[in-house]
Ligand binder design. Structure first.
Ligand code: ZN
Length: 221
């Protein structure tokens, strides 16, 4: 056999092994899926026309126009790949920080997760009711999160920022109290007691997206 044929055979064997791994090993399938999603985002990111990040001179009107164009294209993609299933069993409360992408935390969160985003993951009575509604709609796990390098946490610790954002920083001070209040709500309490709901607490490492589980916080960092 020639060297060229041997290389061809080796390549075919590696390709076959990779395809088998993708087909039969769920974790490999998950990683390949995630890589393809990221590849798709990278392809969109590199289009200068749709790049908000590096163009400081772009006006609000131009941004809005871009956003609408992008929405048209995104809706075209959705037409090609229609959603078929929607069954949320998880609700995540996460900070509005743009670095946190819930799909990066847990894979595809589009159809199986309710996601409530608030600055600093504050849990005012309105968000408590949103999560309660999610439980009534079938959610079995609620993940209350906070995250490293949080601007809302920094604001709460900064006297000058506290003067500028009194409502937000005031709610940040009440985070522990609000969690306790939430856990005591009858719908939540009863669902936990019946074994139909678990409420978890986790700190998100903003750089790695890893969830670091913790106990019910007596204080937030
Ligand atoms: Zn934050």
């Amino acid at each position: 056999m020639s060297t060229k044929s041997r290389w061809g055979l080796a390549f075919a064997a590696v390709l076959a092994a990779a395809l088998l791994a993708v087909a039969f090993i769920p974790s490999v399938e998950f990683i390949v899926g995630g890589a393809l999603v990221n590849l798709g985002f990278r392809l969109q990111d590199r289009l200068g026309h749709y790049d908000f990040e590096h163009d400081e001179s772009i006006s609000p009107a131009e941004i809005w126009e871009e956003l609408q164009e992008q929405n048209d294209l995104a809706a075209d993609v959705r037409d090609i790949f229609p959603r078929t299933v929607r069954h949320p069993v998880v609700a995540i409360l996460a900070c509005m920080d743009a670095r946190i992408d819930t799909a990066e935390l847990a894979g595809d969160t589009r159809r199986y997760y309710y996601v409530v985003r608030t600055a600093g993951s504050i849990l005012s009575p309105a968000e408590q009711e949103m999560l309660e509604l999610a439980v009534l709609n079938g959610v079995k796990v609620i993940v209350l999160t906070s995250h490293s390098d949080c601007a809302a946490e920094a604001a709460a610790a900064d006297p000058e920022a506290r003067e500028k954002f009194p409502a937000l920083t005031g709610l940040m001070d009440e985070r522990v109290k609000r969690v306790e209040e939430f856990l005591a709500r009858p719908i939540i309490r009863n669902a936990i007691d019946r074994g139909e709901l678990e409420v978890k607490f986790a700190r998100i490492d903003t750089d790695s997206d890893r969830l670091v589980l913790g106990d019910i916080p007596t204080t937030f960092p």
